[in-house]
Design a protein around this ligand. Structure first.
Ligand code: 13P
Ligand code: SF4
Length: 350
């Protein structure tokens, strides 16, 4: 599939290693941590303990800037899973939400996986539980269950395949055309996949409260102010079907309108010759975009699109994690085993 500009696509780039983290963090960039010289000291201690313990720090693109800046790798769900799978480190410290740390544990059951705050959840993952998914499967015998990575390990253990926003389309395209698919839990991504492929996909009615709130009116308002910008939209957004429709009929320029994972957005931001970008996703990603692309300008389609779960990971909590070894992700052996195949399939899809 063509990944160049002009085609709505979902594929993210390979993850890029961060430069050696700077011990100095601009306190202005560290909401949620204590700010100032104290942050510098905490960061120094975190980096020292990381070396001492042979640990790697992985951070999602929505983390607070201070966490992004000290992490070894910053990326999307797929890229971070791959980093977890490939690392030689003995301990993986996951700065993200709980299902992401669980995914790392499923890929590396022999490693210690830590999350600085285990209550960093996900509204989308919470929109489906294992009993409901079993009942849904039972009502559709013969259908394949594809789950988006934003769900619990127990739900993943029920699935045939798992995917992320970076490889969902490719996965659906690889499934035989006459095969019915149950897709959970994100309805906007599921609907996007159905519209793009024309496949027989039944979608669970789950949503992420942050992305669902980014609607067609937000896009319309920002677009009318900056019609020269590239429009980058995460497929969990409430506006995704409307954006596809308007791009198809020419209201939005097809060659500057793309539906992408967070890392896919960063890739386009780096490669596009445009100087302005409208970004429809959680606003934490703007930090990476601005940091990596001096001279380009990035605007949130919805400025208050903030995931409070992602922001629960702060520098002081991370320091505690490094000092005390809390909180370790532990999964029952049958869940680890049950979820492994669908996750391994997810990581294998380029
Ligand atoms: P990405 O995999 O695109 O980074 O998305 C993860 C997520 O939680 C989106 O809300
Ligand atoms: Fe979950 Fe939404 Fe937060 Fe992503 S932004 S982690 S989908 S609640």
């Amino acid at each position: 599939m063509d990944e160049s500009k002009g085609d709505v696509h979902l594929f993210g780039p390979p993850l890029v290693a961060q430069e050696e983290p700077a011990a100095s963090i601009d306190p202005q960039l560290a909401p949620g941590s204590n700010g100032g010289p104290q942050v510098d000291e905490m960061v120094e201690e975190i980096l020292r303990l990381k070396k001492e313990q042979n640990a790697v720090i992985l951070a999602h693109n929505y983390q607070i800037p201070a966490i992004q800046d000290l992490a070894d790798f910053v990326g999307d769900s797929l890229g971070l899973s791959r980093q977890a799978e490939e690392t030689d480190a003995e301990t993986i410290v996951f700065c993200g939400v709980h299902f992401m740390a669980e995914t790392a544990k499923i890929l590396c059951p022999e490693k210690r996986v830590l999350i600085p705050d285990p209550s960093a959840g996900c509204s989308l993952a919470d929109s489906i539980d294992v009993e409901s998914v079993r009942a849904w499967k039972a009502a559709h015998p013969g259908a394949l269950l594809v789950v988006y990575v934003n769900c619990s390990a127990e739900v993943k253990a029920e699935a045939d395949y798992c995917c992320t926003s970076a490889n969902a389309l490719k996965l659906i395209e690889a499934i035989p055309e006459d095969q019915q698919v149950l897709f959970a839990p994100d309805m906007f991504l599921g609907e996007y996949l159905r519209e793009k492929t024309g496949r027989d996909i039944k979608t669970w009615l789950g949503e992420c409260h942050v992305h669902a709130a980014i609607g067609p009116r937000d896009v319309q308002r920002m677009w009318s102010e900056r019609p020269e910008a590239d429009l980058l939209v995460h497929p969990e957004c409430g506006c995704v079907s409307s954006v596809m429709w308007h791009a198809a009929i020419g209201d939005l320029p097809e060659d500057r309108t793309q539906i992408l994972s967070t890392q896919g957005m960063l890739n386009v931001a780096a490669e596009s010759e445009s100087e302005e970008f409208l970004v429809a996703t959680e606003t934490g990603i703007l930090h990476q975009m601005r940091k990596l692309n001096h001279g380009k300008r990035f605007f949130a389609v919805k400025e208050d699109a903030e995931c409070s779960y992602m922001k629960m990971i702060t520098v002081d909590k991370l320091l505690r994690t490094m000092r005390e070894g809390v909180y370790e992700v532990v999964l029952a052996p049958e869940i680890l085993e049950g979820a492994r195949l669908s996750i391994e399939r997810m990581v294998a899809i380029a």
